[in-house]
Design a protein around this ligand. Structure first.
Ligand SMILES: Cc1ncc(COP(=O)(O)O)c(C=O)c1O
Length: 566
């Protein structure tokens, strides 16, 4: 659950980095499985060979995805965006193979995020991340998304009506496209952009029905919600929906390697196998043996320690349940407008006025401020801006590894407001005090208390893992987990598997390397989440002022758990 920086400060990972880590940091079994595979064969190109590990893991994932994927195939990539690109092209090729070559549009939803590559960005609805690239992307229709805290429809019947109203937008968009829609892509539970918004009952079922009726493929983007994060294998299971294509990443490898997967149903695979016979697509590192070995070991670990049950927020005593109940207590606070989520994927939305639901002005960057203060206290959360309209609206995404204990959850959620005599929190943020604040550079350098800072310097070539990531790997708590709880087809799809070079440059402000004032920003240490998430220039600004972290306003505090965790 923890990582340590070079000064020895410990951080509780309350957001699984960016909803990535599900099994905890520093699980020995994963590098062991990777090393074992590396000794057998480190890489083959998927146009020439497949490997036993890829075949076995692909079959496991098909089984894991449920009966709806029996006879399907898995396509391994190096992460979420690559997997989304793959799914979009697969949907298009499917339509061509079945004689529907006019179908090329991919419909999606506003306030969504499907990845950073241009194709994925074109179907995303995240305003900030798209804005400057819009002239470069091919745009199709984006429909509205049920966001019941700020719904424009009548939600008085428990949101059944509003769910159907939003679903009706899909039907209108399909009809308006006159037979040219190939697929509809959606996040079953909103990820970072909107913050863990759970759809109203009936909505996804209706969406699936409309897609079937119009011959439109249904693509579930479970990059964030898949692999147990919501307390089910895949989030769509909460609503009994079976998509044609499932996309997953993040928790698939729990961050130990870059890994994504497209899980295609038999209908899609057969169309290609019986048509042209080959999926016209491929990345060099599809199905990288060492990466799939890591994913395979992660799944085994999840099963062994019943981590999906631990994530299930409907199951009393589970980590998910404790998290849900504990976060609910934040509703009493004057700046907390909404607490929402499912499983181990939650969001806390901040408002300047609860009654009117007025958000904070964007320039305050409220959620980033909360995150930076939390970081100072040794707690990592994922701050995002823009949930209201793409620009304003602040929330924190909370997505801890499933090995988190009740004690750690309670510690993390304890706020300054609960301290007697403290008025900072309830007073909210002081508008005049926001400009000069700063997160000190944090080089996360070790995963275990016993490793001295700097003791693992040097480079580790190959395996898709760079030194920076190695430093970031931290210790898991198997004991906590214990307490809480393909066979490819003979199609090209099955043959194409996965991975990516360790030399690839990283993303976001963390890679700004040395800042002028001397803080080391190398590593996955972008103090954090706020920058990755908010993405605006205002984020970058905070790196410039070394002196002031005393932000006032909201602070997470509390005693650290006394029990030594390693
Ligand atoms: C729902 C969703 N889809 C796609 C992606 C893109 O994945 P990646 O960042 O691994 O390319 C993300 C990343 O946050 C995501 O949350």
């Amino acid at each position: 659950m923890y990582v340590w920086d070079k000064r020895g400060q410990r951080y509780l990972d309350f957001s699984g980095s960016a909803a990535v880590n599900f099994i905890g940091h520093g699980v020995d079994e994963i590098p062991a499985a990777m090393a074992e595979q590396a000794r057998k064969v480190e890489f083959v190109h998927s146009s020439q060979f497949t490997t036993p590990i890829a075949e076995e893991y692909a079959q496991e994932l098909l089984d894991f995805a449920g009966d709806g994927f029996s006879g399907g195939a898995v396509y391994f990539t190096s992460g979420g965006s690559e997997a989304i690109e793959t799914a979009l092209k697969l949907a298009r090729q499917y339509q061509v193979e079945v004689g529907e070559s006019k179908r090329h549009q991919i419909l999606s939803r506003c306030q969504s995020y499907h990845g950073a590559t241009l194709g994925a960005l074109s179907v995303s609805g995240n305003k900030r991340r798209r804005e400057i690239y819009l002239p470069m992307v091919r745009e199709f229709a984006h429909i509205g998304i049920p966001y019941c805290y700020r719904c424009v429809h009548d939600c008085s019947d428990g949101c059944r009506n509003c769910g159907l109203q939003y679903a009706a937008e899909l039907e209108c968009a399909i009809e308006a496209a006159h037979g040219s829609v190939a697929a509809f892509i959606f996040e079953p539970v909103s990820g970072a952009t909107l913050g863990a918004v759970v759809p109203p009952d009936g909505y996804l079922q209706k969406i699936a029905e409309i897609c079937r009726q119009y011959g439109v493929l249904l693509i579930a983007d479970e990059v964030m919600t898949g692999m147990g994060r919501t307390g089910r294998n895949f989030a769509v299971e909460h609503w009994g929906v079976v998509p044609d294509i499932l996309v997953t990443a993040k928790g698939l490898s729990s961050g130990y390697v870059p890994l994504g997967a497209v899980i295609a149903s038999k209908k899609v695979v057969d169309a290609i196998a019986m048509g042209s016979g080959a999926f016209l697509h491929g990345f060099t590192y599809n199905s990288h043996p060492i990466s799939v070995a890591a994913g395979h070991a992660v799944l085994a670990f999840m099963r062994k320690h019943a981590l999906i049950q631990a994530a299930d927020s409907t199951c009393a005593g589970s980590a998910g349940h404790t998290l849900a109940r504990t976060l609910e207590t934040l509703r009493d606070l004057s700046t907390v407008g909404d607490v929402r989520g499912i499983g181990l994927l939650w969001a806390v939305e901040f408002v300047s006025d609860k009654k009117s639901k007025q958000p904070f002005p964007a320039e305050i960057n409220f959620s980033a401020k909360v995150a930076s203060t939390a970081t100072k206290r040794g707690l990592l959360v994922y701050a995002v801006q823009g949930c209201v309209d793409g620009t304003v609206g602040d929330h924190l995404l909370i997505a801890p590894p499933a090995v988190i204990t009740a004690e750690e959850i309670v510690w993390a959620v304890q706020l300054r407001a609960s301290s007697p005599g403290n008025t900072e929190f309830d007073g909210g943020i002081s508008l005049g005090k926001v400009c000069k604040w700063h997160v000190p550079g944090i080089t996360v350098c070790r995963s275990r208390p016993e490793l001295q800072p700097g003791s693992r310097r040097g480079s580790w070539t190959g395996w898709g893992i760079g030194l920076r990531q190695i430093r970031y790997i931290a210790r898991h708590h198997a004991s906590a987990a214990a307490a809480s709880a393909g066979g490819r087809r003979n199609s090209t799809l099955g043959r194409r598997h996965f991975s990516r070079s360790s030399k690839a440059p990283g993303r976001g402000n963390a890679r700004l390397a040395r800042q002028p004032h001397g803080h080391d920003f190398s590593g996955t240490d972008d103090g954090p989440q706020s920058c990755y998430a908010g993405g605006g220039p205002d984020c970058r600004g905070r790196f410039g002022a070394p002196e002031a972290l005393e932000a006032g306003g909201l602070e997470f505090i509390g005693e650290r758990p006394t029990r030594s965790r390693h």
